[in-house]
Design a binder for this molecule. Sequence first.
Ligand SMILES: [Zn+2]
Length: 284
Amino acid sequence: MAWKTFCKRLNEGGLGILSLKAYNSATNMQLSWKFLNGSQQWSKLLSGRVKRNCSLIKYSIKYSLWSGIREAYYIMLENCVWIIGNGRIGDWWENHAWHINQNIQLAFPNLLPTIADISLPDLEVADELVWKGSANGCLSFKQAYNLILKPSPLGTWSSFPWDKDSPPAHSMIVWIYLHHKIPTDENLTLHGFAFPSICSLCLASAETYDHLFFDCQFAKNIWIWLANNLQLNYSINSFLDCNKILAESWSHQAKAVIIACIVGTFYQIWKARNKFRFEDKKTL
Ligand SMILES: [Zn+2]
């Protein structure tokens, strides 16, 4: 399974594992934020190296900090707005006149004529860079990380396997099942392993995904037993049926029990299959 799948958020079908690549970019973005906002020595030093006439240099320099944060710097700027005070930090106002850099003028040709007659008050209120996505205008690491780690479409099953009432080992089997990565004979064949397939639970059919968890008589019996014990008026023949059951109106407690039972059933079917196949055991 691709590592990026593990790094997706839980509700996007991942495991929520920290992506070191996104972590690094988010850290760089925070450094960029401090570079523009901060008055620390390092940001002043960096300004001296990468700013020329109020604009950032366009050529590369051998300065590890700048080369590290440069890319994140521009992404950060796209998600910020300046609240202009005295126009100094943002380099908007210089010698009592607007100073709009060439790139912005090219992108917004009407900007300078529109604001030309407006003067900034001669007050010592510093410009403020504001992060658009936060209530207090500041960029937190979490916001930077969430911006870098692009959201993926949410799966309909997104919150299903990670119910807090199910042991993680049980949930993990459902998570792998939903990603179609359980090493059934069918999956191994798809990955180039050629061998005759037989379901270890019923010895009556090839071991496919659908067969093992739903069509096999062994699995059918468990699902029927479960539905009877939970007094459900449903037959469970596919994962879609599980979702349909959960979509019904249940109390919180009843839903928690049903999820735990369904997740546990997946786990037990896979466990039984492995015992039958590898340990030659015929009972759970
Ligand atoms: Zn079978």
